[in-house]
Design a protein around this ligand. Structure first.
Ligand code: HEM
Length: 184
């Protein structure tokens, strides 16, 4: 059962309902989490959490390097507001989100409003599930570009890979639900 991430989980009609923030009566953010969604092992979660101080110092360098890799794909680049890139605002936003994620990897319920903002912005800009592998393929090497392979060891990158896909699955499911509501 994918409970390692620490979000509140209740089994309801064969799916897991994760609530982020708020009480059970009025969660700030909740979604049906299917049993096929990826999770993170306790060991990988501990590694990710231990990298938080490094992300705090180097997060913006990592996200800047990530966008440089990501924008080699012109179709993906066209989704982004370039003014927010050039001012450094979007690399700072993403670095802050990654840091908050590293710190809260074992208590995802703290991330409700932040996850909701990402979902809203992703739906506004037309982000799709099939964009997520390209972001993983830009982010993980960018971590190594900036930190070097003595800090960003294979084990650290594998842990961040697990963390990435756990959050990606949460975002993809929430975005798919939001697109479904728009289409109705
Ligand atoms: C786990 C993966 C991801 C995380 C953690 C993430 C995080 C974020 C955050 C924190 C923001 C800023 C939200 C705000 O306005 O406060 C954002 C915006 C955005 N994200 Fe993501 N994102 C992820 C995946 C993706 C993917 C796969 C794409 C598609 C290529 C994407 C495209 C965008 C775009 C286009 C924006 C708006 C940026 C702008 O205004 O220029 N994101 N994302």
């Amino acid at each position: 059962m994918p409970a390692a991430c620490g979000a509140r989980a209740d089994l309801e009609e064969g799916s897991l309902i994760y609530s982020f923030g708020g009480g059970p009566a009025k969660p700030a953010f909740s979604l049906a989490r299917s049993l096929t969604m990826r999770s993170i092992s306790p060991t990988a979660a501990a590694i990710v959490k231990s990298t938080a101080p490094i992300i705090e110092r180097q997060g913006v360098a990592i996200t800047t390097a990530m966008y440089a890799r990501l924008f080699q794909d012109a179709a993906i680049k066209s989704l982004f507001d370039m003014a927010a890139q050039e001012s450094g605002e979007q690399p700072r936003r993403l670095a802050a989100a990654i840091l908050a994620y590293a710190k809260n990897i074992d208590k995802l319920e703290n991330l409700g409003p932040a996850v909701q903002r990402m979902v809203t912005r992703h739906v506004q800009t037309g982000v799709q599930a099939d964009h997520y592998p390209a972001v993983a393929a830009a982010l993980l090497p960018a971590i190594r570009d900036v930190l070097g392979d003595e800090v960003a060891t294979d084990e650290v990158l594998a842990a961040w890979g697990e963390a990435y896909w756990m959050l990606a699955d949460i975002l993809i499911a929430a975005e798919s639900a939001a697109y479904g509501q728009i289409a109705r």
